[in-house]
Design a binder for this molecule. Sequence first.
Ligand code: C2E
Ligand code: CA
Ligand code: CA
Length: 410
Amino acid sequence: MPDFGELRILIVDDDPFMQEILDQILRQLGVCEIWKAGDGLVALEILDHAPLPIDIVLCDLDMSGMDGISCIRHLSERNFAGGILVMSGSGQRLVSSVADLVQEHRLNLLGAMSKPPNARDIADTLANYDPRIHRGNGVSSLAQHAEAFTVEQLRTGLEQGYADIVVQPQVALHDRRLVGCEVLLRWRDPDRGGISPAEVIPIAEANGLIDELTRQILQRSVRCLANFHRLGVHVRMSVNVSAMNLARTVFPDELATIVAEANLSPRDIVIEVTEGRIFDQPAVTTDVLGRLSLFGFGLSIDDFGTGYSGLEKLRHLPFTELKIDRTFVHGAAVDPSLAVILRTAVTLGRSLGMTVVAEGVEDQVDWDFLASTGCDEVQGYLVAKPMPTSDFPVWAAEWQRTAIAMQPSG
Ligand code: C2E
Ligand code: CA
Ligand code: CA
């Protein structure tokens, strides 16, 4: 068992009995410095005034006084650098949703569990804490990293051509045929290594550079797709665009030019827009989506299920594809609430005449379950991880060969 003797831990729970149980478990695990708070407000006082920084907060959710969700918000505002373990007696659903919230706040989630907790789970969770990553400056490691990538670096990188792309295949569920691929940005800074698109895109959006970044990605993408076609790999290509790109009415014309210059048809390209942002600027977006559709581009609602946009509104937009977010896909076979959401999304998409794609298919259990829902296409690590564009033609030939071999004969 790792040595927990150096850890400073704060228990936040309004139930003295539960405080006592947790205290005993922690002491059994060798923790020496334990602080206790009966609600969020007291917890924040302790965090602000403890002689040495607290490493880990064990936070109950349902408390009289300041509750756990509010406390987590305040921790985020303070850039709390330590680890957080969320606990509640109000059911696993609430625990998981607050666990997501902790990550959205860019805090370091160590674990989330229903009460009463047991010593083994707590030990496993404490073992996730790494003082080298989580301690230091009182600023969370994630926040430090985000700050490290600056708009100047983005600007230079755009000039130097650091915006590289990889592709991930999409295959039909019923016959395993390769039908398409999604382009994903890979920012390759020779000095700093790869930087996640989830970090690069928001910085580009916030600094007026998203149109240039998207233009470069689209240029590379169409060149790459034209090459695939030349090599006999006849797939379509899906490209992610930011909702901000759709706020310019000339976007469809510019895209049409880029595609025509590569001797491709708009029908070869699908534009993915994240569900949660489609209605950022409703009037322009409707205009732009309408013209993309007129030109023949495919239009996909990405991350479906995470945006709460309401199908009534989406139904009136010319989308051709529904892409179910991976948080509803992997593990749905063994999680009844995910299974319901997944089935409903597939039925909905199909009844509106859209192609339904599931992303995040990681194992055969996911695949088999999706096959039972009527989903059209899948994408995910089970089929292949995103790969360099130069590897794709060889991968595609190999996949087609085995896909055909696996078809029932006669
Ligand atoms: P997304 O559009 O939902 O892309 C799918 C993400 O899931 C990719 O992460 C991909 O690597 C990952 N993924 C694929 N299969 C699996 C799987 O089986 N399991 C799991 N756990 N993950 C899987 P990536 O490349 O880090 O991209 C993150 C997000 O960044 C994308 O999410 C998209 O929203 C954004 N993004 C990526 N490239 C671009 C781009 O060129 N333009 C814009 N505007 N956004 C982009
Ligand atoms: Ca996408
Ligand atoms: Ca997605």
